[in-house]
Design a protein around this ligand. Structure first.
Ligand code: BGC
Length: 397
């Protein structure tokens, strides 16, 4: 049977990955390959099977969507948690490399091994001390799901809900979700839209928007775990990192900011020049590294304003893959997989071993609702929350 790609796409309303990453988007494969690829997203995204992402969760159907360009990049995203499941870009030799770690099935993302892999984070990313904050004199109580604190929106944050998804072409996926008044303890119905765009320049852009019908708080992010040498290639400690931040926000032993903005100069937090992640990780020497169990801190970005600025650059020591991070946000949580425990297996079969991936979560600062000196995350009715982050991939030879 000959499958007509254009009709397949129109008929299903979904864009299945039907061509290898490094083939022109519309070039048909062989009939056999097409039949196989109708369900198995090969080449671009390893051996993900779309069927493994089709489930009914809380009465809503989840699925898998694939963005691709003609420069060797593809991204597979599931509507469950709006998660980047796979992100393939060419390495310095042109070899397709999956730089995001994650699972093969939506079931695993719902299981105990998940640590927000690839997910959209909200309503409030990072920690809120003791799960409490006040707005206009009224105290709100959130679930405490991380020691004494609330982390990443509570027990069932945006990573654990099925988003409505509309894919109109190969480069854009629009996701939306309405978080109900009182959900996870937050006030106001929050209507959230997130658009993933894969550009011809191998940049993944994430545009976030949200509105509310009651005063609330919002701080959205994405929690992709990257290994620029490729999923399953081991430690990330030799990756080179540069972060455009002269200050960071030190934390207590429960990872709540002390409220101070401290200079990075003369500390292991100085990434103003490229440094290997693992070069200065001695927790006996630095109390902040001890508190975080390694890097798990918010960096205060130098050029923050409302427009896009460069937050960071990371280079995979083996692959030569370079990731540039741009954002409109004032902060960047640099987390190096200190809690990865080796108990689960990723797509490639590799274990989620200690420090085999890192996150660069763009954000307003942690615990903002309780910290007077931090930029506010309050959202009022009639105002729109907007945020944009770009992860752009290239190579250094
Ligand atoms: C937090 C870490 C946490 C990780 C996964 C990061 O954003 O800062 O402390 O372990 O998310 O939950």
């Amino acid at each position: 049977m000959i499958i007509d790609y254009k009709n397949l796409i129109t008929a299903t309303g979904l864009v299945l990955l039907t061509a290898a990453c490094n083939q022109p988007a519309n070039e048909p494969g062989t009939t056999e390959a097409a039949e196989q690829e109708a369900n198995t997203v090969t080449a671009c995204v390893g051996s993900l099977d779309r069927k493994d992402f089709q489930d009914t969760i809380d009465g809503k159907s989840s699925d898998l969507y694939v963005l691709k360009n003609s420069n060797g990049a593809c991204a597979a995203i599931t509507s469950y948690g709006g998660r980047i499941v796979s992100l393939v870009v060419p390495d310095k030799d042109g070899k397709p490399t999956d730089v995001s770690v994650g699972f093969k099935t939506v079931k695993e993302y719902q299981g105990p091994g998940d640590a927000y892999f690839g997910a959209l984070i909200g309503r409030v990313g990072n920690r809120i001390a003791k799960g409490k904050f006040s707005l206009d004199g009224k105290e709100y109580t959130l679930a405490t799901n991380n020691g004494p604190n609330s982390l990443h929106g509570g027990i069932k944050g945006f990573q654990a809900v099925v988003w409505n998804a509309v894919q109109s072409n190969d480069s854009t996926l629009s996701l939306s979700y309405v978080s109900k008044d009182g959900e996870e303890g937050y006030p106001g119905n929050l209507t959230v839209n997130v658009v993933y765009t894969l550009g011809a320049d191998n940049a993944v852009k994430i545009d976030y928007k949200a509105t509310t019908d009651q005063k609330t708080v919002a701080n959205l992010s994405n929690h992709t775990y990257f290994n620029l040498n490729g999923e399953g290639s081991g430690t990330i400690l030799n990756h080179l990192v540069q972060i455009n931040a002269d200050k960071y926000t030190p934390v207590d032993a429960t990872l709540i900011p002390t409220g101070k903005l401290e200079p990075v100069a003369g500390t292991p937090f100085d990434f103003t020049k490229p440094a290997a992640i693992g070069a200065r990780l001695d927790t006996n020497v630095n109390q902040q590294l001890k508190n975080g169990g390694g890097y798990d801190h918010n960096f205060v970005l130098n050029d923050a304003g409302t427009s896009l600025h460069q937050a960071a650059q990371v280079t995979g020591d083996q692959s030569g893959i370079v990731m540039d991070v741009f954002t409109t946000e004032p902060g960047l949580q640099f987390y190096i997989g200190n809690f990865m425990s080796g108990k689960s297996s990723f797509k490639s079969g590799a274990k989620d071993d200690y420090r085999t991936a890192f996150c660069m979560e763009t954000q307003h600062f942690p615990d903002a609702p309780n910290q007077k000196n931090f930029p506010s995350i309050v959202l009022e009715p009639g105002k729109e929350y907007t945020s944009t982050t770009i992860y752009k991939f290239g190579v250094k030879k």
